[in-house]
Design a protein around this ligand. Structure first.
Ligand code: FAD
Ligand code: E1W
Length: 455
């Protein structure tokens, strides 16, 4: 063990959170080892070349800036100004996310992002060990055993503390659960997803508007598409597991084509490999993971999806995981008592993780069923008006989550109050002309403090 140097850490998982945390601590002179079950994506090429992308927002960008990673990441990012809503009749309209192009989100390639972060971690002095799947942990001897899945070879190492950045199926979490009661609960959504691809146009450009997140809302299900810098789009179809239509009723590529002909006709024309893409992979599961405890005294701690996996409908899982990395690094640098640092990290982040988990679940119904609804559009219009009438006091929900860094728990509390005001003020109305402004202004002033005063 590293007895003369307590500033050492063993991270499990070189995914998004593992690579960023390694960079943040290695730059502060820590001895950091990262063990990843898969091979080095920089050597083998990533995921067979398929593009899977993610929306990066202000919380994630701020964390990347702390590691001087933002600039490299942003070189490959595609701006998304708003959601482009596709109605059944083929009409599209852009609903802007923010006030102007300073309030936008960014589509980034997961594999490229991971590679950028791995390069930075290594440059900062972190040691990366690939083909090392965490298998078992002896917490008393502080020894961890890893397996190379190519040949079954085993390796053991000693550790000061383990950090579980090994994702929703965390092996470290399973090992910790054998020692202490974590209070683990997984709520599976009764919906799953599949990914499809829109290729570039014949002239090499984008086939649909590049600077938007496309949504095809269809009530109980939906499709979305995010742009890639190589002029493709990754389409994600979200469907129930049972019923009609569902992943149970739409099993074959031919059935998928029939569903798309009926419900997503304008998208179907853009997806040449629909049948093959549909049949290639089983649907991805979606779940929310709740734990009562994120750490085992000073010996192990979980972060990112390993601690609090969430459904993807707010596009905040990675953004939240990156905020976790900055918070954990800050606690570790501030407090040499590991158990105290891990406890402070959990106290700071768990209420916020639970808030974004709840908001992500709420956003599914909104995205699939409400974005093309007149009530919803009127509420958004009132939201924008109130933002102007009460600057710093009435701040739209999406803005608080996506363009600000106030704690998620605070955003959640204020959003609930604001939603009450929006619903009450627009009930039964067809336009903002009939709004009772006196009543609305009074409600805003009574129920919402200025944001600076509460944060
Ligand atoms: P991961 O990225 O899963 O990394 C875990 C790493 O640990 C992997 O490299 C894995 O190989 C490794 N590992 C696993 N087990 C072991 C082991 N036993 N030993 C060693 N290594 C191991 N978030 C956003 O912010 N924006 C989005 O737009 C967005 N869209 C999403 C869309 C979908 C369909 C889904 C499913 C998620 C989406 N997310 C999004 C969420 C985001 O993908 C996750 O929150 C994020 O990847 C979490 O990062 P992580 O580092 O905690 O875990
Ligand atoms: C974003 C997978 C995913 C990723 C996302 C978002 C959504 C819907 C989905 C939430 C959003 C970016 N969202 N979009 N429009 N309103 N809310 O902002 O990342 Cl399904």
């Amino acid at each position: 063990m590293n007895t003369d140097d307590t500033r050492s850490l063993t991270i499990i998982g070189a995914g998004l959170a593992g690579a960023l945390l390694a960079t943040l601590l290695a730059r502060e002179g820590w001895r950091v080892d990262v063990h990843e079950k898969r091979g080095d994506p920089r050597v083998r090429g990533y995921e067979g070349g398929r593009s899977i992308n993610l929306a990066l927002a202000e919380r994630g960008r701020h964390a990347l800036r702390q590691a001087d990673a933002d600039e490299a990441v942003m070189r490959q990012a595609v701006m998304m100004r708003g959601r482009m809503v596709h109605s059944l009749d083929g009409h599209q309209h852009l609903q802007r996310y923010g006030r102007d192009d300073s309030e936008v989100i960014w589509s980034i390639h997961r594999g490229d992002l991971n590679i950028t972060l791995l390069d930075l971690a290594e440059q900062a002095g972190a040691r990366l060990h690939f083909h090392q799947r965490l298998d078992t942990v002896d917490f008393d001897a502080r020894r961890a055993r890893f397996v190379d899945d190519r040949d079954g070879g085993m390796r053991e190492t000693e550790f000061d503390s383990l950090v579980g950045a090994d994702g929703a199926g965390s092996s470290l979490r399973a090992a910790m659960a054998q020692r202490i009661e974590l209070g683990e609960r997984t709520d599976f959504l009764d919906h799953s997803y599949k990914e499809l691809e829109i290729p570039p146009a014949a002239d090499g450009g984008f086939l649909i508007e590049p600077n938007a997140l496309h949504i095809w809302p269809r009530g109980h299900y939906m499709c979305i598409a995010l742009p890639n810098d190589e002029k493709t789009f990754t389409v994600t179809v979200f469907l129930p597991n049972q019923g009609d239509p569902s992943f149970a009723s739409v099993g074959s590529g031919a059935q998928a084509r029939a569903l798309f002909e009926r419900d997503f006709a304008d998208a179907l024309a853009l997806i040449p490999d629909l049948e093959q893409d549909w049949e290639r992979n089983p649907p991805g599961l979606l779940a929310t993971l709740y734990l009562d405890r994120w750490h085992l005294d000073g010996r192990a701690v979980l972060l990112g999806d390993a601690a609090h996996a969430m459904v993807p409908f707010h596009g905040q899982g990675m953004n939240c995981a990156f905020e976790d990395c900055v918070a954990l690094a800050r606690q570790l640098l501030r407090n040499s008592d590991r158990a105290a640092a891990f406890a402070a990290f959990q106290a700071e982040r768990k209420p916020n993780a639970e808030a974004i988990q709840a908001m992500a679940l709420e956003n599914y119904v909104e995205m699939r069923d409400r974005v093309d609804d007149p009530d919803f559009l009127l509420q958004r219009e009132l939201e924008r008006t109130l933002q102007l009438r009460h600057p710093g006091r009435f701040v739209p929900h999406y803005t608080m989550v996506t363009f600000m860094r106030i704690p998620y728990a605070l955003a959640h509390r204020r959003s609930e109050i604001q939603r009450g005001i929006l619903v009450a003020a627009t009930a039964g109305l067809a336009s903002l002309e009939q709004v009772d402004w006196r009543a609305v202004d009074t409600a805003v002033l009574e129920r919402l403090q200025l944001l600076e005063e509460t944060a």
